[in-house]
Design a protein around this ligand. Structure first.
Ligand SMILES: *Cc1c(COP(=O)(O)O)cnc(C)c1O
Length: 408
């Protein structure tokens, strides 16, 4: 449907991708197709379509049944493929369904997966518990080349990583992995700030629940990759049923239109807040990509060896007062919502050790710096002064709670 336009900028793609046929259709907003089944008047064509879709083709003359294909979902997939500069994109009912599909589709090639921690808590849990029949070995980026085995079928990294914002050098990992495909969970970066496929990643995964949807009202996940690698993913989706509902796909596509705007504004706020946080007495450390003293800071910027065009909209902070101060701060925010998830128009703050990364092995949490005094902040598009007023009063309240407890 869409013609790939290398001359277009991400801001323009974000608004126009997946809409190339609107003029022909005579519409100005994406049509929503809620059909579960489609009439088959021509059985020969129906059978051929069925074979094509079950075989993993992106489309066929007849969609047959909505578990095999849905035009509204296909539209947002096309938009995301364009934003990530990949041939294809496959959408699922959640980020976890998307990750599971990649893992299951790689199983034919081997039973061993290398994973660079930290990763999102549920991804860590899924990999560590081995429930999909894969052995996950947790390594540092430097160890990848030495730990590859003949049965290694995938290398997984998340950059920036949830929740510590650790950056991993995508080009270096792709080089170290050799023939083994690399999956980059790029949820925190969004296609506006980072395009891992251009750096050699085989699969780019997004929890579309976060920035891509952007309004906290749709759970979705996507994998952007080559058409060849998308085929088994579509087959897996048809077999296991991890579908994205067309209403969710519509909302996701609608959210994409403002993605560049939202990221730009939220990032500007985040840069300001990260700076102010480093000077706040309640905070011992701020983790923010590219900030002086942060790991792999050279990967952020607009120079040729950078991989991320800006620091993004998330940060983690460690509080002087530890767990109690973190809990008191979460209880004291009024404008910012104390809740898991991220990437929404509104700001969210949460406690990784107690919530999102609860299921991660205790020792791994400690090793990777997911401390009891850490809070993760997802900065939204509000006015930065209002955000700072709320955050600083909450941090002050957190400090006061600790002082009271020590005095008692
Ligand atoms: C939220 C998240 C996921 C999981 O996505 P869901 O849509 O919640 O299933 C995966 N990776 C990262 C980095 C996330 O933040």
């Amino acid at each position: 449907m869409n013609e790939y336009r290398p001359d277009r900028h991400q801001e323009t793609r974000s608004v126009h991708a997946g809409r190339a046929d609107f003029a022909e259709l005579g519409v100005h907003a994406a049509p929503i197709d809620l059909s579960t089944t489609y009439p088959v008047h021509d059985l020969g064509q129906g059978t051929a379509s069925f074979d094509a879709l079950v075989g993993g083709d992106a489309s066929a003359p007849n969609p047959i049944y909505a578990r095999l294909h849905n035009p509204t979902v296909a539209r947002v997939e096309e938009a995301l493929a364009e934003l990530e500069s990949t041939e294809a994109c496959v959408a699922y009912g959640s980020g976890m369904a998307a990750l599971s599909a990649v893992l299951l589709s790689r199983r034919a090639a081997g039973s061993h997966v290398l994973v660079v921690r930290p990763v999102y808590g549920s991804s860590d849990h899924l990999l560590a518990c081995g429930t999909l029949g894969l052995e996950a070995e947790f390594v540092t980026a430097d160890e990848i080349a030495a730990r590859l085995r003949p049965e290694t079928c995938l290398v997984i990294i998340e950059t920036p990583a949830n929740p510590t914002l650790q950056l991993t050098d995508i080009r270096a990992v792709v080089a170290a992995a050799g023939d083994v495909p690399v999956l980059v969970d790029s949820t925190f970066a969004t296609p506006i700030l980072q395009n891992p496929a251009k750096l050699g990643a085989t699969y780019v995964l997004h929890s579309a629940t976060k920035f891509l949807g952007g309004h906290g009202d749709v759970i979705a996940g996507v994998v952007c990759c080559s058409d060849e690698n998308a085929k088994p993913l579509r087959q897996m989706r048809a077999l296991t049923g991890g579908l994205l509902h067309p209403l969710g796909a519509y909302l996701l596509h609608r959210g994409l239109a403002t993605l560049a705007l939202r990221v730009e504004r939220a990032q500007r706020n985040a840069i300001d807040i990260a700076e102010r946080l480093t000077a706040h007495p309640a905070v011992s450390r701020v983790h923010f990509p590219g900030m002086a003293g942060s790991n792999n800071a050279q990967l952020v910027g607009d120079h040729p060896t950078a991989q991320m065009r800006g620091p993004g909209c998330l940060m983690a902070m460690e509080l002087v007062g530890g767990y109690d101060a973190a809990a008191a701060t979460m209880a004291a925010v009024k404008l910012i919502t104390p809740a898991v998830s991220l990437g929404s128009v509104d700001s969210l703050i949460q406690h990784p050790a107690g919530l999102t990364h609860r299921c991660v092995d205790d020792e791994a949490r400690r090793t990777h710096g997911i401390t009891p005094g850490m809070l993760r902040l997802s900065v939204g598009v509000e006015h930065v002064d209002d955000l700072w007023a709320d955050l600083s009063q909450a941090l002050d309240a957190g400090m006061a709670a600790i002082e009271l407890a020590t005095a008692a």
